[in-house]
Write a protein that binds this ligand. Structure first.
Ligand code: ATP
Ligand code: MG
Length: 173
C-alpha cells in the first residue's frame, strides 16, 4: 500500500454509509482484510450485516452503538456504549489486522459529545500509515475535515422520503 488515507463522507444527502460499503466491496475484491464498526444501531435488520457473513474471515462487521441518542431512555448507558465502541475501534485500528477500517456514523459521537472530539481527531491523525480509514456521518467537525485526505459532502437534491416513500429493504436497510 502506498499511503493509508483518511476519508470522510459527510453531508445531509443519502449515500454516506453506502459509499463506504461500496469501497469495502471494492477492497474485498483485492483480498483486503476489512473491519466495519457501526456506532449507531438502527431499528432495521441491515442487509450489510447479512452480506458480511458471505465474505467470511475477510470482513468483520460490528454493530456496537445503541440506538439514536435523542430517542434514548437512558443516555448514560448510550454514552457508555459509545465510549466502549470507540475503545474497540482504536484497538481494531492498532491491531495491524486490517487494510481498511470503516467507522460508520462516528461523527455523531463527536456531535453529541459522547466522546471528546480532540481525542478522536488526535487519534485518527496519527493512524497507521498502511491503513485506509473511512469515517461517515452528518456534520463532520471542522477539526476532522482539516486532517482528512479526502472529504466528500453528500448534498441532498431530492429524497423520496419527502414524497412520503418510507424506508425500503435493499435501499435504506
Ligand atoms: P445510506 O445508508 O443510505 O447510505 P446515509 O448513510 O447517507 O444513507 P444517514 O445520515 O446515515 O444516511 O441516515 C440513515 C438513514 O436515513 C438511511 O436509511 C437513509 O436512507 C436515510 N436518509 C439519508 N438521507 C436522508 C434524507 N436527506 N432524508 C431522509 N432520509 C434520509
Ligand atoms: Mg449512514
Amino acid at each position: 500500500m502506498k499511503k493509508g488515507l483518511l476519508m470522510v463522507y459527510t453531508g445531509k444527502g443519502k449515500g454516506k454509509t453506502t459509499a463506504a460499503l461500496g469501497m469495502i466491496f471494492r477492497a474485498l475484491g483485492h483480498g483486503f482484510k476489512v473491519c466495519m464498526i457501526q456506532f449507531i444501531k438502527g431499528a432495521w435488520r441491515y442487509g450489510e450485516l447479512i452480506s458480511a457473513k458471505r465474505f467470511g474471515e475477510l470482513l468483520d462487521l460490528h454493530v456496537l452503538g445503541k440506538g439514536f441518542t435523542w430517542k434514548s431512555k437512558d443516555i448514560e448507558k448510550d454514552v457508555q456504549a459509545a465510549r466502549e465502541a470507540w475503545r474497540f475501534a482504536k484497538e481494531s485500528i492498532n491491531s495491524g489486522k486490517y487494510q481498511l477500517v470503516v467507522l460508520d456514523e462516528l461523527t455523531y459521537l463527536m456531535k453529541y459529545k459522547m466522546v471528546d472530539e480532540d481525542e478522536i481527531v488526535g487519534f485518527l491523525k496519527s493512524h497507521p500509515k498502511d491503513l485506509h480509514i473511512v469515517v461517515t456521518g452528518r456534520d463532520a467537525p471542522e477539526s476532522l475535515v482539516k486532517i482528512a485526505d479526502l472529504v466528500t459532502e453528500m448534498q441532498e437534491i431530492k429524497h423520496h422520503y419527502h414524497s412520503g416513500i418510507k424506508a425500503q429493504k435493499g435501499i435504506e436497510y
